[in-house]
Design a protein around this ligand. Structure first.
Ligand code: PLP
Length: 377
């Protein structure tokens, strides 16, 4: 059976050039980058080169980059790092953030009784209004969090407007850019944010590797304490091969190439299933993402049937797809629960073609028909 992968927002295949670069480092640069001998110095050079390549790509200084184990850690580093600094404070976050932000803030607010948070809802098509977001900030706000692009709907958020307003009010801003890299221009010179998190595995890099870009001069209480690596910001022997793999992946995948195909897919699907509802269509979205609901069909059932037919797709975000909860993003948008539970996310890769649109739609139609014959849900 032929298999099709349409879940690039969850993760994507590691690129051959990434494999090669990592393989080389694993075999040749096995020293501990903190060791002073030749082997350590060799590994340190590889690490420094990888960090410099990331810095160049993002247009920041190498010293601003902290290596982490991925987007989850980068986000947690900021939330915990700020919330553990003072006894009291207030955080503003959007309701559509990844759980690595939403749940982290919730947990830490439980631990520190003096901390509160405000969650700002998006409009009915998944975009946060910048003025509403900013007006949720108070004198006491010590952190604001707004993602660059949403992982489920692909909707691009007003991070530029919000970053300017936060700067004027001296409120530190965390931008989760995990779904923006490879899909939008992430040159950080034009974004006035204090912290920006990235993950390697959404662009063909290795899983378990990420970075946090910090504005110069800011201090976060470190999450991991020990050997003082990463200038004391994140202890633990550095993942040299991971960093090299991340650097090798930069700029290789250009998801913007698939905008036309994604739009064509939506038009074709609408033509054959007129009551399909697409989410986020009225806003700018990342080029490869289409989230929709097929009324009357249970998303998880649809997903499983698609899987049996060889298609890897998602319902809700990948991180919560093991659970039966409806998508928190769609719920925040005010989508009725039955529609939320009927939703499916297709996220295309750069190898996407017109033929793939045809097979995907044919499969969806066939499964829809079969499920309806069996009694719908
Ligand atoms: N933030 C967003 C928007 C994501 O989509 C994801 C992963 O799906 C993460 C954070 C977590 O990143 P990682 O898997 O690298 O921990």
């Amino acid at each position: 059976m032929k298999q099709y992968y349409f879940d690039y927002n969850a993760t994507c295949p590691q690129l051959p050039e990434v494999n090669l670069a990592m393989q080389e480092v694993v075999t040749s640069a096995y020293g501990n980058p903190s060791s002073l001998h030749w082997a350590g110095r060799h590994a340190r050079r590889k690490l420094d080169d990888a960090r410099d390549a990331m810095a160049k790509f993002l247009d920041v200084a190498s010293s601003q980059i902290v290596l982490t184990s991925g987007g989850t850690e980068s986000n947690n580093m900021v939330i915990q790092g700020i919330m553990s600094q003072t006894q009291t404070g207030h955080v503003v976050l959007s309701a559509i953030e990844h759980p690595a932000i939403l749940q982290a803030a919730e947990q830490w607010a439980k631990r520190y009784a003096g901390w509160t948070y405000t969650i700002v809802k998006p409009d009915s098509d998944g975009r946060i209004d910048s003025e509403t977001f900013i007006s949720a900030c108070t004198e006491d706000t010590k952190l604001a969090c707004l993602m660059w692009a949403n992982n489920e709907t692909g909707v691009v958020q007003p991070v530029f407007e919000v970053s300017q307003a936060c700067r004027e009010r001296k409120i530190p801003l965390l931008v989760d850019a995990v779904q923006a890299i490879g899909k939008l221009d992430v040159n950080l010179k034009s974004l006035d944010a204090d912290f920006v998190s990235f993950s390697a595995h959404k662009i063909g890099g290795p899983r378990g590797v990420g970075i946090l870009v910090e504005r110069r001069g800011l201090h976060l209480e470190p999450l991991l304490i020990g050997g003082g690596q990463e200038r004391g910001r994140r202890s633990g022997t550095e993942n040299v091969a991971g960093a090299v793999g991340f650097a090798a992946a930069l700029g290789k995948l250009d998801y913007t190439k698939v905008t036309g195909l994604r739009n064509a897919f939506e038009e074709q699907l609408k033509a054959v299933i007129p009551d399909v509802r697409f989410f986020g269509q009225t806003h700018e979205r990342t080029a490869n993402t289409s989230m929709f609901c097929v009324p009357g069909l249970e998303g998880e059932t649809l997903l499983m049937q698609m899987d049996l037919a060889g298609f890897a797709v998602a319902s809700g975000s990948a991180c919560s797809s093991g659970k039966r909860d409806p998508s928190h993003v769609l719920m925040a948008m005010g989508v009725p629960e039955y529609q939320s539970r009927s939703s499916l996310r297709i996220s295309f890769g750069v190898e996407h073609t017109e033929e793939m649109n045809t097979v995907l739609i044919e499969a969806l139609l066939k499964i829809k028909k079969r499920l309806q014959q069996m009694g719908g849900r």
